[in-house]
Design a protein around this ligand. Structure first.
Ligand code: GLA
Length: 401
């Protein structure tokens, strides 16, 4: 009898105990977010048209699913404390918008902040966590990005845990994206709290620069890349390092956009585009929808890639993939074209984290150049190529059958 009541108590507490909604992000989330291009200039027209463009541009077919509204959608809280969208910008309300997004086979994301106010000065969720989670669930929201402005004296793990529990209590599976810029080392504690966590401050639209905003800085693509050093052991299916939303299509050169996108795929990063999907160039579209490159990011093993070497401004990165395949990326960070040469047979690449090894003496692989879309031989011969400035050569190695 004692045993039976113990089992009942365990079962009951397992079903009611707050937790993260599991398995919502077994591969890195893919979608779009308003912030990088539109900042506070968001309204329902933009969101609907962006969702339409996600379908018509082929992005949905390529795997993008979330349409995420960032800061500044908010209106006021009512007398009972419930949050409402800005009635001028979102006159039809969030439920109608979510219904529309869902009718296209897409999902809707929203943004809030653990503090009193968001970074854009709109109402934050502090003290309203359960109420806001309930409201989002009622609206049909599928993804929450939760920021960290105006949180003085709050404990990050505790604050994110509160919102995780609130989302769970509200009962609607919502991807939970932590955005505290890596300040409190979320990789140490967030695996069971969220599905992804920002590892750095904000990205900015340049390859290799820092923008100083006075009290804070934003970071070019290469700076963000360098800040991922040492973090790959924390990422995996359902809990990803997030090096921030992409700047592809926002003004860098095509080479730089290609390098940026390739490196995010090597990192198994969430692929959240941040450009104007309604007015995208052919080149931007081709980068964002390249299915075989996206497959490197979305590989089921979910192993974040690693830097193998860095020589004369050229980095060589490896990422183990399922079925014994590997992605290999040569990244030229310099301002001039660089030759690369890689003698597969002379180098054994061992990844102690995943236990995978690339040994081309034991096994021969066929090589595909993914961006050129061409099979280029096997690993029995030394590979050589020229990599343009601020660009990559991205290869996939497959076992020869
Ligand atoms: C912070 C976040 C950004 C964006 C803005 C919105 O800076 O890091 O990604 O959400 O806030 O105000």
């Amino acid at each position: 009898m004692k045993k039976l009541s113990f089992i009942i108590v365990v079962l009951l507490s397992a079903s009611t105990f707050p937790q993260k909604f599991n398995d919502l992000a077994l591969t890195p989330p893919m979608g779009w977010n308003s912030w990088n291009k539109f900042a506070c200039d968001v309204d329902e027209e933009l969101i609907r048209k962006t969702a339409d463009a996600m379908v018509s541009s082929g992005m949905k077919d390529a795997g993008y699913v979330y349409i995420n509204i960032d800061d500044c959608w908010h209106g006021q809280r009512d007398s009972l404390g419930f949050i409402h969208p800005d009635p001028k910008r979102f006159p039809s309300g969030m439920k109608a918008l979510a219904d529309y997004i869902h009718s296209l086979g897409l999902k809707l994301g929203i943004y809030s902040d653990a503090g009193w106010n968001t970074c854009g000065g709109r109402p934050g969720s502090r003290g309203h966590e359960y109420q806001d989670a309930m409201t989002y669930a009622k609206w049909g929201i599928d993804y929450l990005k939760y920021d960290w402005c105006n949180t003085e004296a709050l404990n990050a793990e505790g604050a994110y845990l509160t919102m995780r529990n609130a989302l769970y209590a509200a009962g609607r599976p919502i991807v939970f994206s932590l955005c505290e810029w890596g300040d409190n080392k979320p990789w140490d504690w967030a695996e069971n709290i969220g599905h992804l966590w920002r590892t750095t401050g904000d990205i900015t639209n340049c390859f290799d620069c820092i923008v100083d905003h006075g009290t804070w800085k934003s970071w070019g693509v290469m700076y963000i890349l360098d800040k991922q050093d040492g973090l790959r052991i924390y990422a995996g299916p359902d809990h990803w390092n997030d090096p921030d939303m992409m700047e592809v299509g926002n003004g860098m050169s095509v080479n730089e956009d290609r390098a940026h996108f390739s490196m995010w795929c090597m990192l198994a990063a969430p692929l959240i585009s941040g450009n104007d999907l309604r007015n995208m160039s052919k080149e931007t579209n081709e980068i964002l929808t390249h299915k075989e490159v996206i497959a490197v990011d979305q590989d089921a093993l979910g192993i974040q890639g690693f830097k193998y070497s860095s020589e004369d401004s050229v980095e060589t990165w490896f990422k183990p993939l399922k079925n014994g395949e590997w992605a290999v990326c040569f990244l030229n960070r310099s301002s001039v074209v660089k030759p690369v040469e890689f003698s597969w047979k002379d180098k054994t690449v061992s990844d102690s984290f995943s236990g995978k090894e690339l040994n081309c003496n034991k096994t021969i692989y066929s090589i595909k150049d993914l961006w050129v879309n061409k099979n280029i031989g096997k690993t029995d011969k030394t590979f050589s190529a020229e990599v343009p400035s601020h660009d990559v050569v991205l290869l996939k190695l497959s076992l020869v059958k």
